[in-house]
Design a protein around this ligand. Sequence first.
Ligand SMILES: Cc1ncc(COP(=O)(O)O)c(C=O)c1O
Length: 385
Amino acid sequence: MIVASQWPAYFGPLKNTLYFNTAYFGPSPEMAKGKALQALEREFAPQFRPYEEWLPLPDKLRKKLAIFLKNPNLEAGIFHTSSTSEGHSHLLYSLSWKEGDLAVTIDGEYPSLVLPLMRLKEKKGVEYFLLEKKYQFASPEEIVAALPSKTRYVCLSWVSFATGRVAEVQKLGKLLKERGIFFVVDATQALGGLACPSDLFAPSSGVTALITSTYKWMLGGYGHAFVCFHPEILQEIDSPLFASWTNMQGIREGRLLDYTLASPSVGVSFDNGQPARVLLLALLEGVLDFWEKIDSQEVEDHNKKLAKFFWNEVNKQKFTPTVIEERFLGQIICLKMKSGDSDNFQKRLVEKNIDISVRDGNLRISFHLFNTLKQVHQLLEIFAS
Ligand SMILES: Cc1ncc(COP(=O)(O)O)c(C=O)c1O
């Protein structure tokens, strides 16, 4: 295992920067470079490249992702895709919708959750509804009580990109399951920064599926995301809208002309485009090798400790945190400036070699495993001056 004191050393290129911007792009650990470079070199020298060198990659990573989610049984329900938006779209069309069904999310969500609902309405006539923004900071009970009676589907970010609010997804899932409502969690701003609970997909869990882009807190590369269906939903979902040769049952034995829509698993049948994405998956394999040496709960504790320290200490005369109550606090802190312009403030930070982002008018500061308490002190000094 790689112990906490060694974590920053795996992110050498960040050495001279205060990098508090994982909510935008997560850096990959240098340990993953070997696999990524090997794949890149093959791109320039593909001579005598056998299928076995790259075609098994999606399956291999399905296994590793299931381990990352702490439940090897999830492998059969995992598919590779290019983004949260794309994964969300595919899973929406795989659910059976009835006349009058309503799909719901909360105003202020990332567009990857909202736009596919708008398209679903356009294509299939399924209506959608946005709960008022104030429900971003509501308890699971309050959210459920506010749902219109026809609600059949709810999707929500585990951690909000704009405020850093952490939702109680497991509790919300349970309440929604009792009402027969599908529940899809966007874990893009959570997984990796927060640990995956091992019972997220337990039989009693109400999480129908999880979607996540892997290039932020999971430290992978831009252009890969995955969806994980709950094992109990696999028999119910409809086949995908597309078909690719890589979905075919016999391709693993090299049977290219054995045309079939049968796939070895539901997950494989939903792999879309060119799921091997050889360069990206090679990088992701190296990144998941890294995660296998890391205690993800320790990472969550570390990130939350730094975030909470910053949240407590930041100058409240000048900045107002978007999260007021500790129960909503995670590993991202967003701040409104009481006066002045956040874009200008960010520019001043760039001059000091500090990388944060501005979203929805808020300064957004991300705390991940390569950040240290010393860095947080340095950041606080700048925010105080
Ligand atoms: C909550 C959330 N979901 C999804 C995404 C990325 O979406 P996509 O993979 O569709 O680009 C982001 C990016 O910032 C995000 O914050």
